[in-house]
Each structure stands twice: as structure tokens, then as C-alpha cells.
Design a protein around this ligand. Structure first.
Ligand code: GAR
Length: 186
């Protein structure tokens, strides 16, 4: 299965995919290209493995990405900490072949503007006792697509944003790889 990975941040999830391919957990998966919408550490992780890497302008990302994907026979697009909202045309074309990881238990704490630390802050402010991560298909509605995998963890009384970030990263590592493996086996 040939995948394209879209990134905007630290690239922990991209690294998890790279590691899972290298250690044989994802034997049928190959990263054909990585596309970033800004300068970010994920780019270094990608270049470090000699993966074809593009940095695109956020304003024209969907069109430029479509151009890069042409003639590549990509089976799956993986949004791994990707923050640009893709165009309706792009999601309509790739929706059933595009998955996203989100750092909350959707449908709670999703939607436009809900990303990264903002999600964890909102979760703590709402007094939630559990949080988690979700892998889902991508549709034009932000964070609204069909859920593929979800995993929760307990929030302790003194947990801060950084604690939730750490706990989310751990469950993301598990469910993202599981979801990609499941799709690669179908
Ligand atoms: C991850 O926690 C991911 O769920 C979140 O950004 C982080 C990226 O980390 N994505 C969103 O908030 C998208 N709405 P990474 O760049 O280190 O993989």
C-alpha cells in the first residue's frame, strides 16, 4: 500500500509510521511522499529517511497536493498532525482513502480551531475525567468522518496540558498504526 503523509508539526506520528515500517509491523506499507504545509520538524524526520518531501503553501495546498499526487497511484493519504483544512473538492475525491488522527474522543472536542494543545486545554476546562485519541476518515466536515479507531485514558486530578499531550501521544502511537495496518490488509 502506497501512502502519502501530510504533516504540520513535530512529526511524532510520522516517526511512528516510519518505525512501524522499519520494524516490520507494517509490512505492506510504503511512504511514497510527505507533504508539509509549513516549516516543521516533521520535514527533518522525512528527509532523514530520504522520503520525497514537499513544503507547500497553505493557501494553495489542496491544488498543489493534487498535482503532486497525479500519476502516483497512492492508496491512502494519512493526515499525521496536519492542520490545514483541505478543499471540499480534495476531500470529495480522497475522502474514502484519507484518514486523520485527532487528539480527543470525537465527536467531543473536534471541529475547526480544535487542534493540538487547544484541545487539551478545552478538555481540562470542561472538567472531563477521560480523554483519548481518534482515527477517522476525512470528510468536508472537520473531524466528522467515520471513526475507525479510538482509545481513551484517565485524566488525573492534577493533570496539565503537557500530561494530556504525553498520554495522547502514547495512545495515538497505538491506534494510528493499528488503523493503517487494518486498512493495508483489506
Ligand atoms: C497530534 O496529537 C495530532 O493528534 C494532533 O496534532 C498532534 C501532532 O503531533 N492533530 C490535530 O490536532 C489535528 N486536528 P505530531 O506532529 O508530533 O505527530
Amino acid at each position: 500500500m502506497k501512502i502519502a503523509v501530510f504533516v504540520s508539526g513535530g512529526g511524532t506520528n510520522l516517526q511512528n509510521i516510519i518505525d512501524a515500517i522499519e520494524d516490520g509491523t507494517l509490512p505492506n506499507v510504503d511512504i511514497s511522499m510527505v507533504m508539509a504545509d509549513r516549516d516543521c520538524y516533521a520535514i527533518e524526520r522525512s528527509l532523514d529517511k530520504d522520503i520525497r518531501t514537499y513544503v507547500l503553501d497553505r493557501k494553495t495546498f489542496s491544488e498543489d497536493a493534487e498535482h503532486n499526487l497525479e500519476d502516483e497511484e497512492i492508496d491512502l493519504i494519512v493526515l499525521a498532525g496536519f492542520l490545514t483544512i483541505l478543499s471540499p473538492e480534495f476531500t470529495a475525491k480522497w475522502g474514502n482513502k484519507m484518514i486523520n488522527i485527532h487528539p480527543s474522543l470525537l465527536p467531543k472536542f473536534g471541529g475547526k480551531g480544535m487542534y493540538g494543545a487547544k484541545v487539551h486545554k478545552a478538555v481540562l476546562e470542561a472538567g472531563e475525567t477521560i480523554s483519548g485519541a481518534t482515527v477517522h476518515y476525512v470528510t468536508a466536515g472537520v473531524d466528522e468522518g467515520e471513526i475507525i479507531a479510538q482509545k481513551s485514558f484517565n485524566i488525573e486530578e492534577n493533570d496539565k496540558v503537557e500530561d494530556l499531550q504525553r498520554k495522547v501521544a502514547a495512545v495515538e502511537g497505538e491506534i494510528f498504526i493499528e488503523a493503517i495496518k487494518q486498512i493495508s490488509n483489506t
